[in-house]
Write a protein that binds this ligand. Sequence first.
Ligand SMILES: Cc1cc2nc3c(=O)[nH]c(=O)nc-3n(C[C@H](O)[C@H](O)[C@H](O)COP(=O)(O)OP(=O)(O)OC[C@H]3O[C@@H](n4cnc5c(N)ncnc54)[C@H](O)[C@@H]3O)c2cc1C
Length: 581
Amino acid sequence: MGAFVEVHWRRAQASTALRPRRCHCHAGPIIHRAMDMPPAPATLTVLDTDCRSLAAVALMLHDAPGDTLHYVALLGSGESTWLQSLAADLASAHWSQELQRQWPLVQGPGIHQLPLLPGRLHLTVGLGDPQSCLQQLRLQADRVLLNDWDTDLGRPKALTRCCRRGTTVHAPIDWLQASEAQRSLWHQAGFRATAGAVQWDPPWDIKTSREPWRSYATAPGQCMVVGAGIAGAAVAAALARRGWQVQVLDSHAHPAGGASGLPVGLAAPYVTADDSPLARLTRHGVRLLMQHARTLLQSGRDWAPSGVQERSTGDNASDHWQPQACWIRPAALVQAWLQTPGVQFVPNSAGHHLHHDGADWQVCDAHNQILAQGQRVVLSNAAGATTVLGQSTEWPDALAQWPTTHTVRGLVSWGTHQQPETRPFPTVPLHGSGSLIAHVPFGHEERWFVGASYQPVTARETEWPDDKNHGANALRLEKLAPELFAALTPELEAGALQAWKGQRCVTADRMPLLGPVAPGLPDVWACAGFGSRGLSLVALCAELLAAQWSGEPWPLDASLAEALLPSRKKTSGKPSATVAP
Ligand SMILES: Cc1cc2nc3c(=O)[nH]c(=O)nc-3n(C[C@H](O)[C@H](O)[C@H](O)COP(=O)(O)OP(=O)(O)OC[C@H]3O[C@@H](n4cnc5c(N)ncnc54)[C@H](O)[C@@H]3O)c2cc1C
């Protein structure tokens, strides 16, 4: 059954009203919705309890250049095909192609975000049971679109988590036609009907103690990011795109001087039988990383959407082909992200401790000289975050809830291809208890990489010699590609392999740290602890942090975001010395 959605969008304080937009959609009632737009240019966040008005509202972006639309829709799982047909119907809209490309990559119930026109049109969908999705959504909507005042989302109170004071609610049926009982429920939840609009304007204070995330959002200003690895660069770019002026400090003279100097790495979803939080995070994260790579990097040189052949590790996953995976040279992405207008890289600046001068945060060096100052600071300096917090003696509690992190050394073994190459290198990357990336162009030659050894740093054990690391990587290669291992044995025995070494910062539960470092320090954030999966996770974590600071819809389930907080429940457990988990 076909129907029309018609949206009337009036721009407040503007001389010209925006034209009403009418769009065909495949199912559902005929809907007329009238909404006031804030003065241009504006960011508008719309929560639609289905997705019927997306096309009409998004088409208005044509009439309103400079506006940004965050469109959040709750879709029952059965409705996902509807979105696909919408994209096909609207083939002429420049964002529909992106929708068609990204939508098939969205997997599993929960919250997913699709940046359709980065900076202009972002679609966030809740897939599956709408009430559960509503619980997992975090946003402060300007407009809420309902199908009926008798919403099937549970009590109106459930919607308030997605509202800010002043959010207006729109439904095709006039408020006065709602039953007395329904109106009373809305009233009890803090909604008021005034001058033709229904607004959330509760007579009580909206307490941030119960919902601390409400205090994360602030107007853009100056901020500092400590650490110019892939985490710091991702955060800086995500914030700068939202209007922040970001100084990125690093103790090295150049960016990517730590683990992100890795010559090449794999980004692939981590698969577990129970679809663990880490598995879900990596699935979101790789999709987002590949989108950044596609727009910022040169395919075939800096990265390739290669897919990966997963080899069974015996414990969690069987052999399978994973198309949503890539190899990537992290330093190239770091450079690209640091080029974002609004980002300034500050080399040779080792942050020692933090100080607050009453107005601003300052990052100071070991001689108490101020390196940079601003409203907020993000510690993206891997294991160095713990050190900086420990040295910030004005806040003895800063480390009280900070999880223990471990440093784990690693070495990647690499070699150069022969011309012509006669050895049986696989055409695609292999991944299991290690990884083999067989074809990476470096200038005029092609290199292969196998890794990575995993040696937790302890007081008792000294750093392994390179030979021992190469030996550990040879064992990985033997499991991943036995024929290639046999062909390479003379080279391995002759000690002809090259090495790249680095250190990972690993948390006990293998989840990164993202959020305020301690409840008493709301303007000091961490984005660190990426262990062996930084490439798969940083784009998502940076987007989450920037969404939280801007009051935008979060790109994933709130429960996943909460599992990243440095103040989360502590897990014990040290990394094992053999396999990167
Ligand atoms: C051998 C090896 C192989 C790996 N393979 C993969 C892989 O295939 N796939 C994958 O996803 N991940 C892989 N990883 C992990 C990945 O490299 C990391 O997760 C990621 O690079 C971490 O990025 P980061 O920005 O958090 O840390 P880093 O890149 O280490 O950046 C931290 C930065 O902070 C700076 N810094 C530290 N202290 C201070 C201070 N006090 N003041 C100023 N600056 C400071 C450092 O100089 C550094 O530049 C591998 C890691 C290793 C070691």
